[in-house]
Write a protein that binds this ligand. Structure first.
Ligand code: NAD
Length: 512
């Protein structure tokens, strides 16, 4: 059954024509161009949103600066209370928002719901965190002195996000930043503007209901040019940017040039090592979801399988057979496993990668290609494919954001780990093994060089409780759980002298 798009938008407080610059429940109405949101599911226009002009951006920043002066003084547990209410509002809108994520971005409805669940989870995490923004107390080397550290809010946090997790990435950043006392200005992907409006509506309404001013939750609409406003602006204390390595290099350079802070969450090139001691049922299932889930458009998608010689043929056969059972089609229909790529540019990238693998000598095991005909009118549906390759191929060294899986054979464990580490990116990694020595070696200092290393789980599908992010060209940032909150605050070391003397540190004498 086709759903009613208009009714869905209405449920989320969006129209077919929308203002694009918001400081809370209010918008800034200055002339701007229009951004059209088209669904990769059926190629139809869903709605349009006005792009944020430079003038509108300035007005947003004025409000945000003002709001920070108030919000930073609200006790952290009270800030947590607001985030708790946002979590409740998200629970109420879970189905509608999950469906819009699926329709605007193209991931399955199940995954759309999962993404909203992740937002709810991070709200809960942030509420608890609001009472745990701990600093340490140290022993001073001087008598009659006390030393401790405390964490203060940073200021304005700019969030730039990618299309593939159009709503979750925003919540990972904002929910934590808000309990930390920061105000947030979000520049979502230009490919998914409507889901961002829905999120903005949900959060802004809660702030408003609690009597907080405009400027704590702000939204900008536009492409890289609008993202660059945030990167260049010294008023933005932290720019948290999620997207391609190319984007990260640019944002990193611009923010670095003004000595601002960045948190970068960039591309991955994730591998699973399947050893001779793997439980192959678990390994195949993990590899399959990792490679084709979200049509290969997760930063943690499995791109490479590094397989021990002794199980190589069996893994290959079982994978080829599993691929033949995959059903591609409308992601809102739960019978389908795989939906479309985000747009036709992504399809072109997929096709060009396939050509390059072949040109470099890759052997095709499962054929790729673009689907057309009934149900595939958007031109964005592609067949997941598998190639036998060598790790040094140029195309294998890069992240192609599509369901292309590379198989690589190994003999020695050290060789497998160096192959897994032998790419410029360092996000997620996994080993499938029942052998404790292999697993511990993989997790040791000599093992995986990635921010995420799993055993007997695939590379994708992280939980919010851990710190999320990766090394090397993945950018080094950490978001979400553990102590990732520290990136959103500034640390202050305080020494207090309660004696009548003034001893200097390191025993230095300075008597007159
Ligand atoms: P993208 O780099 O094209 O765009 C990401 C965002 O950055 C968009 O909002 C875009 O407008 C903005 N942007 C682009 N160039 C900019 C610039 N020079 N200055 C300021 N802003 C700029 O990425 P995408 O196609 O939307 O997303 C896919 C990529 O994101 C993949 O590489 C994927 O691995 C990565 N990703 C990483 C993570 C992670 O946590 N590590 C999570 C999701 C996606």
């Amino acid at each position: 059954e086709k759903f009613e798009v208009k009714a869905l938008l209405e449920q989320l407080g969006i129209n077919e024509v929308n203002k694009g610059t918001w400081t809370g429940v209010e918008y800034i109405d200055l002339k701007g161009e229009w951004l059209v949101s088209k669904s990769p599911v059926d190629g139809k226009e869903i709605g349009k949103v006005q792009v944020t002009s430079r003038e509108a951006y300035e007005l947003v920043m004025e409000k945000a600066e003002k709001a920070f002066k108030v919000w930073r003084k609200v006790p952290a547990p009270q800030r947590g209370e607001v985030v708790r209410q946002i979590g409740i509002a998200l629970r109420e809108k879970k189905e509608a928002l999950g469906k819009l994520v699926s329709y605007e971005m193209g991931k399955s409805y199940q995954e759309g719901l999962g993404e909203v669940q992740e937002m709810i989870d991070i709200c809960d995490f942030a509420v608890g965190l609001s009472r745990q923004l701990y600093g340490l107390a140290m022993h001073s080397e001087r008598p009659g002195h006390r030393m401790y550290e405390q964490w203060h809010p940073l200021g304005i946090v700019g969030v730039i996000s990618a299309f593939n997790f159009p709503v979750a990435v925003w919540s990972w950043n904002t929910m934590i930043a808000w309990v930390c006392g920061d105000v947030c200005v979000w520049k979502p992907s230009e490919k998914t503007p409507l889901t961002s409006l829905a999120c903005q509506n949900i959060a802004a309404e809660v702030f408003n209901k609690n009597g907080f001013s405009e400027g704590i939750s702000c939204l900008l609409i536009g492409d890289a040019n609008v993202g660059a406003f945030l990167a260049q602006d010294p008023r933005v204390a932290l720019v948290s940017a999620t997207g391609s390595t190319r984007m990260g290099k640019s944002v990193g350079e611009v923010v670095g040039g003004r000595l601002g802070r960045v948190l970068l969450e960039l591309g991955g090139n994730n591998a699973i090592i399947i050893t001779e001691n793997a439980d192959l049922d678990v390994a195949i299932r993990g590899a399959l979801f990792g490679a084709v889930g979200t049509a290969g458009q997760r930063c943690t998608s499995t791109r490479r399988l590094i397989i021990h010689d002794s199980v190589y043929e069996e893994v290959k056969e079982r994978l080829v057979s599993a691929y033949s059972k995959l059903v591609i089609g409308d992601p809102l229909n739960e019978k389908n496993h795989i939906g479309p790529l985000i747009d036709v540019d992504a399809v072109d990238n997929y096709l060009s990668a396939i050509e390059r693998v072949k040109a470099e000598g890759g052997k095709e095991l499962v054929e790729g290609g673009v689907l057309n005909g009934e149900g595939f009118e958007s031109g964005c549906y592609v067949k997941p494919c598998v190639f036998e390759v060598e790790n040094h191929f140029q195309v294998v060294q890069q992240e192609t954001f599509a369901p292309i899986l590379y198989l690589i054979k190994y003999n020695e464990l050290e060789e497998a780990v160096s192959c897994q580490n032998g790419v410029p990116q360092g996000l997620s990694s996994a080993m499938m093994t029942m052998n404790m020595r292999e697993a511990e070696y993989f997790l040791s200092v000599e093992g995986s060089d990635c921010g995420i290393a799993n055993v007997n789980i695939g590379t994708s599908g992280a939980e919010i409780g851990g710190a999320f992010g990766g090394e090397k060209e993945t950018g080094g940032g950490r978001e979400s759980g553990s102590d990732a909150w520290k990136a959103y605050m500034r640390r202050q070391t305080n020494t207090i002298n309660y004696s009548a003397e003034l001893p200097l540190a390191q025993g230095i004498k300075f008597d007159i």
